[in-house]
Design a binder for this molecule. Sequence first.
Ligand code: COI
Length: 351
Amino acid sequence: MKVTLTTNPKQKPDSSKLGFGKYFTDHMLVMDYENGAWKEPEIVPYAPFEMYPATNVLHYAQGIFEGAKAYKTKEGKITVFRIDDNFIRMNNSAKRMCMPTFDAKVVKAALFELLKLEKDWIPTEPGTALYIRPTMIANEEVLGVHASHKYKFFIILSPVGSYYAHGLQPTKILVEEELVRTAIGGTGEAKCMGNYAASLMGGENANKKGYDQALWLDAKEHKYVEEVGSMNIFFVIGDEVVTPQLVGSILPGITRNSCIQVLKKYGYKISERRISMDEIVDAYNKGELKECFGSGTAAVISPVGLITYQGKDMVVNGGKMGEITSFLYDKITGIQSERYPDEFGWVTEVK
Ligand code: COI
């Protein structure tokens, strides 16, 4: 693989002040698609792309992305978590967005070369990781509304800490009662750029009122819980852990799936089913809403301490992180950091 090294390496940020997605490593991976085929991937210095103003992703948002993480263990090994699942999902997103699929084996091998080159950028403090952002954009210079004939695939890397500025402090979420993120039949289950653009207004409205994020409901009845802008959502009601089932408008989160697998293995009652706000309010009123948390690559496992719906505040578990939320946080971050054995086969060493 062709590798062009930077002549101007950057200073690495202080790993106690990383935040999320603010710093980028010295190099990135790029791979172009033209004339019906992907070219060889290349590693190049992290730098701006040149694009014509008519480049179609800038107009019609034909673009998809992924989020994964790499870690460095105490012995200095580089590992990645469930990376094959990211590439499977990305190829599914590509199909939904009329984009070409790619050979995950080729991309994974190229990513591993990039990670080895950037290994000194992998932070090791608890709660930090090197975030991997594979992205694919349509880059034909044409204004007709049709699938592009040219694409650029790239992977950038960002050393990150907690997604939320307040770390593991429980988040506050506002149920969005008017706007819609996506609908069944739409693009909700693809990780495409437009879904996130559609979620911005709800997120901004929630932020202005002092909440961290908006919780999206289904587009048809405005009744059933779907997801939060950057994470899937779980509720503990009595002894049942519930997460919305994947009906087509919800992102099939890899961390969501990890939570389900861990809960099943450790004997919890876990259901993927439709869950309405009425059921949540009813459980809250009966004292049965025990916990709520979000899951995502960036968000990891984030406790939710307040849910506001129809002007009613529901303080969950006294606004504190609950037992099942803590168990999942500990188990999943423990597997990622090799504090616990990899009993699910989720961790791959980058060699
Ligand atoms: C992730 O969790 O990796 C995401 O892509 C969510 C968000 C940061 C866009």
